[in-house]
Ligand binder design. Structure first.
Ligand SMILES: C[S@@+](CC[C@H](N)C(=O)[O-])C[C@H]1O[C@@H](n2cnc3c(N)ncnc32)[C@H](O)[C@@H]1O
Length: 279
C-alpha cells in the first residue's frame, strides 16, 4: 500500500471516529480493509476511500466498522464491576428516592458483554435496589458490532472469557455451537449508535458512565473534549469508569477521584471548587 493511500485512510478514520492510526499500522489497515474491498467488488482500498469520500455512507460505515477494534469480554477486568456493586450502586441507592430511575451508559459497548455483565450484577443486587428502575443505555460507533450485541449470540470462546458457568447456564441457551443470551436481558438494554465525537447534549443525564477501553485510540485533545462532554452529562453525584490503561490525568480537570477508590472518577462542576465526596 502506498504512503498516500495509507495517509488517506489515516485521515479518514481520524475525521470520522477520532481514531489515531499511524503509518506503522499499514499492515493492520490492509488486513482490515482488504475483505471490504473484495466484498464491495472495489478494485482497491483507494477506490473504497474514493467512494466513501464522495458520500457513500454505507461504504464509509463499513470502513469504520472494519477499522475499529472491538475486543471485549464479560466482567472485563473484574474490579470495575466490583466497584459498581460495592460502591457506585449502594451510594446511588442511598441518595436517590425509590421512584427515580438510575441511568447508566456504556459509551463504547462493543458486542454487548459490558452492559450484559451489568444486567447480571443488577439482578444479583435486586433486593438492594429497593424496586428502583435501572436503565442501561449502550452505544457504539460500529453498526456491525451493535448488530452482534443486539443478537446476543456468542461463541464458546466468548462465553468462556470472564463469564462464570453459573451465569452462563442461568442466562444463555445453546444454539448450535453458540450461546444465545435471553431476549429478556437484550430487551433491558437500550442499544443505539453513537459516535463519541458527536454532541452528547441530547442523551440526557446519567448516573454512571462506563467509557472503557476506547479513549486509548484517541489523541489527547479528543479525549479532553469527550471528558468535558461526559462531565456535563453526569449527575453531580454520578460516576465515570475508564479502562485500566486510561486516565484523566493531564487531560482534563473536570474529574476528581472517589475518596475510597481512585479508579472511580467523580465529575467536578465547571470552575467550581473540588467537591468533598461523602465517605
Ligand atoms: C475495545 S472496545 C471496548 C469495549 C468495552 N467498553 C470494553 O471495555 O470491553 C472499543 C469500542 O469502541 C468503539 N469505538 C471506537 N471509536 C468510537 C467512537 N468514536 N465513538 C463510539 N465508539 C467508538 C469501537 O467500535 C469498539 O467497539
Amino acid at each position: 500500500m502506498s504512503t498516500p493511500i495509507i495517509n488517506r485512510v489515516i485521515q479518514f478514520i481520524s475525521r470520522s471516529a477520532g481514531i489515531v492510526l499511524t503509518a506503522e499500522k499499514a499492515y493492520f489497515i490492509e488486513a482490515r480493509l482488504s475483505p471490504v474491498v473484495r466484498e464491495e467488488k472495489a478494485a482497491s482500498i483507494d477506490e473504497l476511500m474514493t467512494r466513501a469520500e464522495r458520500g457513500d455512507r454505507r461504504i464509509a460505515q463499513r470502513i469504520v466498522d472494519a477499522l475499529t477494534t472491538n475486543e471485549t469480554f464479560f466482567f472485563r477486568d473484574k474490579t470495575p464491576f466490583d466497584h459498581f456493586r460495592n460502591i457506585m450502586i449502594p451510594e446511588l441507592v442511598s441518595r436517590r428516592p425509590p421512584g427515580k430511575a438510575i441511568r447508566i451508559w456504556c459509551a463504547a459497548c462493543s458486542s454487548g458483554q459490558e452492559p450484559f455483565s451489568l444486567i447480571m450484577l443488577l439482578d444479583e443486587m435486586k433486593a438492594q435496589l429497593g424496586g428502583r428502575n435501572v436503565e442501561i443505555h449502550a452505544s457504539d460507533i460500529s453498526e456491525a458490532i451493535l448488530s452482534k450485541a443486539k443478537a446476543g449470540l456468542y461463541n464458546q470462546f466468548e462465553v468462556q472469557r470472564g463469564l462464570p458457568t453459573k451465569l452462563l447456564l442461568q442466562y444463555f441457551t445453546k444454539e448450535g455451537d453458540n450461546w444465545k443470551i435471553s431476549q429478556d436481558v437484550v430487551r433491558r438494554v437500550n442499544f443505539f449508535k453513537f459516535n463519541l465525537l458527536e454532541d452528547m447534549r441530547n442523551l440526557g443525564t446519567f448516573d454512571i458512565v462506563f467509557c472503557r477501553n476506547v479513549l486509548i485510540y484517541f489523541d489527547r485533545p479528543t479525549r479532553g473534549k469527550i471528558f468535558a462532554q461526559i462531565a456535563d452529562r453526569l449527575a453531580p453525584d454520578g460516576f465515570m469508569m475508564l479502562g485500566g490503561a486510561e486516565s484523566t490525568f493531564g487531560v482534563t480537570d473536570r474529574f476528581t477521584s472517589h475518596p475510597k477508590e481512585r479508579m472511580i472518577h467523580l465529575p467536578l462542576a465547571q470552575r467550581a471548587a473540588p467537591r468533598i465526596a461523602t465517605a
